[in-house]
Design a protein. Structure first.
Length: 178
C-alpha cells in the first residue's frame, strides 16, 4: 500500500512538475506584427509609417526581432521662407527583446537595437535624400486576446549619434503568434 501511494505521489509530482516547462515552451516561437507608427523626428518633422516586424521568442524572457517601416504621408516645413516637403522613405531595424510575463497572455517588453532610416526632402524642383544610423531602445506591452492574436503598443527612441535630431516613435500593432 505504501509503495502504491509513493508511486502515485511520484507520478503526480512528475506530471505537475512538467507544467512550468510546458508553459515556457508555449511562449516560445515565431511571431509577427503589422502596425502603424507615429514618428516625431524633431525639428518639426512628423511622419506616419506602416511597419512589419518578424521575431522569434527563444525563451519566455528573451527574443529577437527585425522591423521594416515605410512612410505613408509627407510633411512640410518652412526653411528661410521656402516650403520643403519631407518624406520618410524607410526604416530598417534589428532588436533584442526582453519579455516580462505579468499575466496570462500579457507581457511587458523592453527592446534595444540598431537601425537605419532614410528621409527625402524636396523644394523648388530639387530633391535630396539621406540615410542615418541609430541606436534604438524602447518599452511596450502586448496582450494576446486568444493566445495567438493580440495587440501591442510601444515607444522606441531612435538615437542618431551624428548630431541629427533623435526620433520618438509610438506604435500600435496587430500581433500574431505562430
Amino acid at each position: 500500500m505504501k509503495a502504491s501511494v509513493l508511486a502515485a505521489t511520484l507520478a503526480a509530482t512528475s506530471v505537475f512538475g512538467a507544467f512550468p516547462a510546458l508553459a515556457q515552451e508555449e511562449s516560445t516561437g515565431f511571431y509577427g506584427n503589422l502596425g502603424y507608427n507615429y514618428v516625431d523626428a524633431g525639428a518639426g518633422f512628423k511622419f506616419s509609417a506602416l511597419s512589419a516586424r518578424a521575431g522569434y521568442r527563444f525563451h519566455q524572457y528573451f527574443g529577437a526581432e527585425g522591423e521594416a517601416a515605410i512612410g505613408v504621408d509627407d510633411d512640410h516645413i518652412t526653411l528661410s521662407g521656402v516650403r520643403v516637403k519631407t518624406e520618410l522613405k524607410h526604416s530598417f531595424n534589428g532588436y533584442v527583446v526582453g519579455f516580462l510575463p505579468v499575466g496570462k497572455n500579457f507581457d511587458l517588453l523592453a527592446r534595444g537595437g540598431y537601425g537605419t532610416t532614410k528621409i527625402k526632402a524636396s523644394a523648388l524642383g530639387v530633391s535630396a535624400a539621406g540615410s542615418d544610423e541609430s541606436w534604438n531602445y524602447g518599452v511596450g506591452a502586448q496582450y494576446l486576446l486568444d493566445g495567438q492574436n493580440g495587440v501591442r503598443v510601444d515607444y522606441t527612441r531612435h538615437d542618431f549619434g551624428s548630431g541629427n535630431e533623435d526620433a520618438n516613435v509610438w506604435s500600435l500593432a496587430y500581433v500574431r503568434k505562430f
